[in-house]
Design a binder for this molecule. Structure first.
Ligand code: AQP
Length: 333
């Protein structure tokens, strides 16, 4: 039987964070055993923000090396850079013509990203979900592993695909479904009301997969702590957002249920909890960094993987673009 197709991507707007890792990356290596997996470095998405070009190039290649370091096997999964497959932006323009302005201005991420921009809002921020829809629909994707924060964008992708299929009365796009990794969203270490983000200007708000143990120690020690007297450790995202975030990180890294974690820490103080969180993060990350240091030295190998990946991805994407051109009436040569 043909395996279902999984598509997932991370933007190289910074180094992959613990939030990205827990939200999606940790699961990718498991998925590649049961699905045809396509894992993308979504560089075109990142240029909605101004990024230092030198740093951007470094982040792109660091993140490729991190995919491999997290055991994504290029023999099983396609690994490629979004801008290397021209069909993403091609389909994006076409889908722009099948999406309404109101659908885009309603997106929560758009609203939060423009909060502090008072003029000159670039259109890439608004169109971001259409490029994401193109990424997914190009590969006739069945399942999309996403964090809870991206569900709204995926719902819009489904809506656009259904609309397109209905207009032409043909199944041009497969309708993708989310693959939620228990729906966990890791929050910022300095403000647990915001999600942990790699492009956050406050570097203490996130753990990057390339942080050294000293930095991890400092960031967790300084992380937001809920004030209550006497301090108690239990999971309650509303009453204790800071402690709940640390418990969530622990539960994900240890694989233990939240009720078990709560029991282990019920009579302990915050400092003891933080030391445990530091130890588990450091353990997880040190294995990844060990692999990273080997891959990072081998630029030729990384480039070979990327060339091979974009060739394979292009082959699949071209098929969808041909269908789209034909059904719309665009001339395809
Ligand atoms: N904090 C998070 N907790 C759980 N999952 C998360 N994801 C992102 N942050 C968290 C999931 O990671 C995948 C890749 O995300 P992305 O890089 O494509 O975009 P993003 O969601 O905007 O991630 P960042 O880190 O916040 O990037 P910037 O700072 O550039 O905006 C997605 O599936 C996402 O759900």
């Amino acid at each position: 039987m043909k395996k279902s197709i999984v598509f997932s991507a991370i933007q190289p707007s910074g180094v992959i964070t613990l939030g990205n890792y827990i939200g999606v990356l940790k699961n990718w290596k498991i998925l590649q055993n049961n699905y045809n997996c396509i894992y993308c470095i979504a560089d075109m998405h990142s240029i909605t923000n101004k990024i230092n070009p030198k740093l951007f190039k470094k982040n792109i290649m660091d993140n490729v090396a991190l995919y491999l370091s997290c055991n994504i096997n290029p023999k099983k999964s396609i690994i490629f850079i979004q801008s290397h497959v021209k069909y993403h932006t091609q389909l994006c323009w076409i889908l722009n013509c099948f999406t309404y302005l109101g659908e885009l201005t309603r997106m929560t991420q758009f609203k939060s990203k423009i909060k502090n921009i008072f003029n000159k809002i670039n259109l890439g921020l608004l169109n971001y979900p259409i490029l994401m829809a193109s990424d997914i629909l190009l590969y006739q994707t069945n399942k999309v592993p996403v964090g809870k924060d991206q569900i709204q964008h995926l719902e819009l992708s489904k809506k656009i695909a259904k609309r397109f299929n209905k207009i032409y009365n043909k199944k041009i796009f497969n309708i993708p479904e989310p693959l939620l990794n228990n729906g966990n969203k890791i929050m910022s270490l300095s403000n647990p009301k915001k999600k942990m983000s790699k492009s956050d200007i406050n570097k203490n708000s996130f753990i990057s997969l390339l942080d050294d143990p000293k930095k991890i120690h400092k960031k967790i020690k300084k992380s937001f702590t809920d004030i209550d007297n006497p301090p108690k450790i239990y999971y309650d995202i509303k009453k204790k957002p800071g402690i709940s975030n640390l418990l969530l990180i622990l539960s994900n890294l240890t694989g233990k249920k939240m009720s078990i974690i709560e029991k282990e820490f019920e009579n302990q103080n915050y400092s003891y909890l933080k030391i445990n969180v530091i130890n588990y993060i450091t353990d997880t990350i040190s294995d990844i960094q060990h692999n990273f240091n080997i891959y990072k030295k081998n630029k030729d190998f990384l480039e070979y993987i990327l060339k091979y990946g974009s060739k394979k991805a292009s082959k699949y994407a071209k098929k969808t673009i041909e269908k789209v051109y034909n059904v719309i009436g665009l001339y395809y040569l």
